[in-house]
Design a protein around this ligand. Sequence first.
Ligand code: SF4
Length: 491
Amino acid sequence: MRLSEIPVEGIPYDQLKIEKYTCTPEYAERPADLIPSGARAVVVNPNRTCMPLGAMWATMGLHKGIPFVQGAQGCTTYVRYTFSRVFKEPATIATASFHEDAAVFGGRRNLIEGIRNLVVRYRPEVIGICTTCSSEIIGDDMVSNIKAAKAKLREEIGREAADAVDIVLINTPSFAGSHVEGYDRASRAFVETLATRQTGPNHKVNIIPGLLYPGDIREIKHLLRHMGVEGITLFDISDPFDAPLRPPQKFPYEPPGGTTATEIRDMANSLATMALQPHAGQAGARYLERKYGVRALVGQTPVGVQGTDDFIRGLSEVAGLPVPEDLLDERGRLVDSLADTFHHTMMKKVAVMGDPDVVLSVTRFVLEMGMEPVALAGSSVSKTFVHSLREIFEEGEFTGDPLVINGGDLFEFEEYLKKLSRLDLVIGNSKAVDIAKELQIPLVRVGFPIYDRFGYQKRAIVGYRGGEILLADIVNSILGYQYPDDRTHQL
Ligand code: SF4
């Protein structure tokens, strides 16, 4: 780093971590040739989950939207369980419930019967059909199957009621990618199926947030409101996954909010589409640009000062509106917080893990804090991850040489961290809990999934205000871990 050390309140930097070691005494060193995930035929402690989850997440963000999983019950149950653990909300997800007969004869009958039951019992407005490994390997002709399911529906409930349900196919074979790609594919599938024509300018800006939490989406809406921009947020999970508990409760349960099918149709008429996570949502933005000339602005997630600046600048340019004073004040408060805490964060060695877009945006922010990234692990293989990191390093004038894992597993990440002589902090999701415990260092939780703490899904790390929350988490973790309690009174 270009910074030189500043002793903090008389405690030299290398003496801050008192009687703490970078791994527990029980640690037995592993054979070096088995550590890189590319050298093994087995994944140990995966950093990702399966592709249909991303498509189910997207569908849950639609008004009266229900995912239908064309696969076995296990492909559905795990995801419902994950959503419930993370969001503490019920998740209605239907399944074709494949058994041995479907594996042999295909899942056509399961789909037709399943769609019929789902519509008759739950009356959804949109169904996202998420395929799975098994249905893709069987080679189900999904287009023909969906046509047959629609014909059956018309017979049973009448043409008008049947045609009021939009059925969207999202191909999500999990062997071809992770939940991140599942979301990305869903972004394209929904706009391609529903936004079929332009009807005239609506002067709105499309936002595809990616795998962000309800609190983050609310913060993005706050920024839009203050900019005076009307937006269409695709896959708006802010209400479905953080619903108020208010009577009367209806049965079957219908979560409030979500993006309507009408709004998705209107996306073809917007000024531009801003995809806030290049790996999760870019496909939808690019499709609208190619098909209708709706400009696509694909940037890093607006975390930290520069990340949020880029977002606000893009919004201002697209809408032709100036940045209002109150947002400049929010920015100023984040800059002030960075200045107030720089002596705690500078030169601290940090490891970041999670989905590629989270790792990229958080890395950019920790460099703003003067921290030194030593290991960066993206959950899903990406063609652009390494290049984007390089750009971020150049922008932050960072000359270090961190380990970069592009889609490997957490075993590799953990073993590398254990060999470091010093590491101050891990930033990542709940899958890093055991690693942080083993290394006896703090974990700052960001990204998906966070299932071992409450409230993370409700708050933001995006925007200037979200940056202050994340900064406070990082600084307080460092203070709690590294400073003797009797010295923190002097800080
Ligand atoms: S990996 Fe494939 S078979 Fe396993 S749960 Fe995911 S979609 Fe289903």
